[in-house]
Design a protein around this ligand. Sequence first.
Ligand SMILES: [Zn+2]
Length: 255
Amino acid sequence: MLKIIPLPAFNDNYIWLLQSGAHAVVVDPGDANVVAAYCQRQQLQLSAILITHCHGDHIGGVEELQQRYGCPVYAPAHPALKSTTRPVSDNDRIAITQPEISFKVLSLPGHTAEHMGYYAAGMLFCGDTLFACGCGRIFDGTARQLHQSLQKLAHLPPDTRIYCSHEYTLANQRFALTVEPDNLALQQRHRRDQALRDANQPTLPSTLADELASNPFLRCDNARIQQAVQRYCGHTLTDSEQVFAELRCWKDTFR
Ligand SMILES: [Zn+2]
C-alpha cells in the first residue's frame, strides 16, 4: 500500500515521500539529511526524485541523494539543477515501477517560469503553485501565467488531494478571511486547521474541493471577492484575471 509521508524541513517546508514496501519516491528534497535519515530508519531505497521548480528549498538535497541512491531525477530543465537525468515538460508521462505509480506532468508557470506539477490518480504535487487557501508568490513568472496555471488545476477532479510544499495554511486563511469574511466553508476550515496546528499536525493534504470552496485565488470570479479586491485597489476590475493580479498584490503586502 502506498503511504504518503510529510517530512518537515526548514521552517515550514514539507518534503513529500511516497513509500511502498522497501521503495520510495521523494518530491522536492530541499534537505538531503531529512530524507536520508527517514530512508535509513525505514530501510528504504530511493527510486526517483521529482522536482517541481528550482528554488533552493526544493532542490538543495538533490545532488547528494542522487549520488547516494543513484536514482533518476525528473525535473524541469533549468541551469540551477545539474543532476537532472530526465528533463520533463508539459503532458509527459512518468512511470515508476517501485513503488508502482505513474504521473502526468503539468506545466504550471507563474511562481517561477519553469514550475511543473505531478498528477497521479487522486493526488497532485504542486510545489509552490497552489497552497492551502493561497498560492505562490510571483518570482520570474507573471500574474497571467499563475492565474492560468491555477485555472488548469481547478479543472482536476474535486477529490484530488493537494500536496503543496509549505505549511502556510493558517496565515493564508487569515488573509482569506479578510477578503471573504462571510464564507462559511472558509470559517469551518480555519477552525479545523487551527485545531490541527494546535496539535502540531500538518493541515495537508487538502482537497481541490476544499480549495474551490475557500481559497480566494481560485474564486476570482466570485462577485463578493471581486468587490473586496476593488475596494482594496480603488478601481473597477472587469475580469477574473485582473482580480487575481490585484488579489496577489494585496496578499504580498498583507500583515
Ligand atoms: Zn518556490
